[in-house]
Ligand binder design. Structure first.
Ligand code: FES
Ligand SMILES: [Fe+2]
Length: 309
């Protein structure tokens, strides 16, 4: 029998290259108890955009867990396990009230931290309220995005606010995209400055800026938060330097690399777009091969983008 995978490098050697590498699950699987899942659970993670939630809870999956996100009548956010702790009724059918979430099946009212406040079908002297809890996670809203901490309560870090959110002239515009791959692949895409040359410019025409079609000189610098890197391009008489950050484990910030109109070397670009034209978090949904991203652009307002004649 012909031995496959040999020789490894030769013209017309397709027959020999049929093995598929085994999945590397150590970091890409994110379910509870997996190494990757436990790592990501030590950081605030993006959950959804605030505008995705109306007067009913939003069913979602994050880090391999089935959850529902809701906002009660007091404007407080809650993120709880999807199935009711009582008889497992799905909570996307529960109703937010002035305080907390009213379960659709037996009417239990739970606060945003999961505490049972009312059990209307129980005897008046029931000990259930105050002793029963729906598994819940702390939630933070920032600039139209909802974040949650799914890790051990004792290890919860402060919610990070970066200076790039506050650049004068910037306007955070949230959006989210689901992509079928794992969280590490999208994070890796965000720190690959080379692909802009072909994928975003030469292969199919300019998608962002003509200047991205120039092959950049890349420099990487290790930092406490991860690393930052620069892509330097010479365009005519100008040298353009794009800086990008990786903030471990799954946030990236990318400055832009051009001028205000993307073509004219002298067209001005607002400071917000130079420093961080995009802040992107990879949203780890579940284990292998399905991931998503949640992204914001702190882009200048439409007015600021207007190029003077
Ligand atoms: S199943 Fe939720 S209150 Fe009974
Ligand atoms: Fe890209």
């Amino acid at each position: 029998m012909v031995k496959r995978n040999w020789p490894p490098d030769e013209g017309f050697s397709g027959y020999f290259h049929t093995d598929r590498p085994a999945e590397d699950a150590e970091l890409t699987h994110v379910d509870p108890g997996t190494p990757g899942g436990e790592y990501l659970r030590r950081f605030w993670q993006p959950v959804a955009m605030a505008r995705e939630v109306d007067d009913m809870p939003l069913r979602l999956r994050l880090l391999g867990e089935d959850l529902v996100l809701f906002r009660d009548g007091g404007g407080r956010w809650g993120l709880v396990h999807r199935n009711c702790v009582h008889r497992r009724a799905p909570l996307e059918y529960a109703r937010p009230e002035a305080r907390g979430l009213r379960r659709c099946y037996h009417g239990g009212l739970f606060d945003v931290d999961g505490t049972l406040i009312e059990a209307p079908l129980e005897p008046a002297d029931s000990k259930l309220p105050g002793s029963l809890c729906q598994p819940a996670y702390p939630v933070q809203e920032h600039r139209g995005l909802i974040f949650a901490y799914l890790g051990p309560p004792a290890d919860r870090p402060p919610f990070p606010i970066f200076d790039t959110y506050e650049i004068p002239g910037g306007e955070m515009v949230p959006f989210a995209i689901d992509i079928e791959c794992n969280w590490l692949q999208i994070t890796e895409n965000s720190i690959d400055p080379s692909h802009t040359v072909y994928l975003h410019t030469r292969s199919y025409g300019t998608q962002f800026f003509d200047t991205w079609g120039e092959a950049p000189l890349l420099e990487f610098h290790e930092r406490n938060h991860g690393f930052m890197f620069t892509s330097t391009r010479r365009v005519g008489d100008h040298v353009w330097i794009r800086s990008q950050d990786l903030l471990l484990p799954n946030m990236t910030q990318g400055g832009t690399v051009s001028t205000g109109d993307g073509k004219t070397p002298s067209a001005p670009l607002p400071a917000a777009a130079i420093r961080a034209g995009r802040c992107r978090w990879t949203r780890p949904i579940r284990g292998s091969w399905v991931g998503a991203i949640s992204t914001t652009f702190p882009i200048p307002s439409r007015k600021a983008w207007t190029i003077p004649p």
